[in-house]
Design a binder for this molecule. Structure first.
Ligand code: TXD
Length: 319
């Protein structure tokens, strides 16, 4: 059977890492697209030259033309501009909205059957714009943030308990921002919920609160350290996990920004919720029960996402 084709729109820090991981995991052939000339070509050649050493077979191509993504099975979008000093949030929104319009048009023309994963920030608004601009069905366009946010939560918990990251599960709901909702009740070690681990004396409520806070600010922590960019290894790994679930029909239950049609009381908005990802795309939204406190946190997160999308609608009323 022919290899799957994976198109990566944006060949920056995350795009390059995605190409390497897709190769290492032999997910398929990779096309790296960017408006910058030479970068996608250079990165794809560099990774192709690593393939004999690393022992994977994949065709890697770099391009500045959308034609090259024709027939892609998966498209992962990281294209965009980071926020620079002096740039307001609206300035950034305006620029990245234009980028989503271009990328959406390219996908609509050359890869209308693809499963699309958006990573560009501000995530919950950009995935909304990308779906509108591409016109692809909503269950084929999702946003990546929750896998990353819960991976951070899992890592911090594994470190706290000195146990394998493999045995730690963690749940994060809501938008990708400081008001995301890490769900303590649904997180734990090998089926033991976090509140029980507190009762068992493995940790204290204060330390759990501090971990929740660190998870919320996880993106900023990396930006403060790197200074010239944001996280890219963990974001790329997270998107690859989502792409793998689609390509291999694994039906993983993963948190993702999904288009809601009434679930969690939300309509016509992308929001981070647990979903099943399989061969049909985003196959199911999983509605878990929330207590009062969790619901209040989610409502706050929904309001921030709604505000961002309303701002987008003002800037681009045609979308
Ligand atoms: O959890 C999450 N969703 C995120 C999101 C976690 C970390 C970072 N997140 C966001 O991903 C970040 O705020 C950015 O919006 C994206 C991509 O991050 P990356 O670190 O890869 O950014 P780069 O290195 O600046 O790469 C962006 C590339 C760069 O090579 C540009 O030339 C290209 O995008 N670019 C374009 N490509 C195609 N088409 C257009 N129009 C375009 N404009 C810029």
């Amino acid at each position: 059977m022919a290899r799957a084709k994976i198109a990566l729109i944006g060949a920056g820090q995350i795009g390059g890492t995605l190409a390497l991981l897709a190769g290492l995991k032999e997910l398929g052939d990779v096309v790296l697209f960017d408006v910058a000339e030479g970068i996608p070509q250079g990165k794809s050649l560099d990774i192709a030259e690593a393939s004999p050493v690393l022992g994977f077979d994949a065709k890697l191509a770099g391009t500045n033309s959308y034609e090259a993504i024709e027939g892609a099975d998966v498209v992962i979008v990281t294209a965009g501009v980071p926020r620079k000093p002096g740039m307001s949030r609206s300035d950034l929104l305006g620029i990245n909205l234009k980028v989503m319009e271009q990328v959406g048009a390219g996908i609509a023309k050359y890869a209308p059957d693809a499963f699309v994963i958006c990573i560009t920030n501000p995530l919950d608004a950009m995935v909304w714009a990308l779906q509108k601009a591409s016109g692809l069905p909503t269950h084929k366009v999702v946003g990546m943030a929750g896998v990353l946010d819960s991976a951070r939560f899992r890592y911090f918990l594994a470190d706290e308990f000195d146990v394998s990251v493999e045995d730690v599960t963690a749940f994060v709901l809501g938008g990708h921002g400081d008001d995301m909702v890490p769900l303590v009740r649904y997180s734990g070690v090998a089926g033991i919920p976090l509140p029980d681990l507190v009762s068992m004396g493995w940790t204290t409520q204060e330390r759990v609160d501090a971990i929740v806070d660190r998870t919320r600010k996880g993106g900023g922590e990396i930006v403060n350290l790197l200074k010239t960019g944001s996280a890219f290894y963990a974001p790329a790994a997270s998107a690859i996990e989502m792409a793998t679930s689609y390509l291999r029909d694994k039906k993983r239950l993963l948190p993702a920004a999904a288009f809601l049609t009434g679930e969690y009381g939300v309509k016509d908005l992308y929001l981070g919720v647990p979903v099943i990802i399989g061969a049909k795309g985003m196959e199911r939204v999983v509605e878990i029960s929330l207590d009062k406190g969790e619901r209040a946190m989610l409502d706050k997160s929904i309001a921030s996402v709604q505000e961002l999308v309303s701002e987008c609608q003002k800037i681009a009323p045609d979308l």
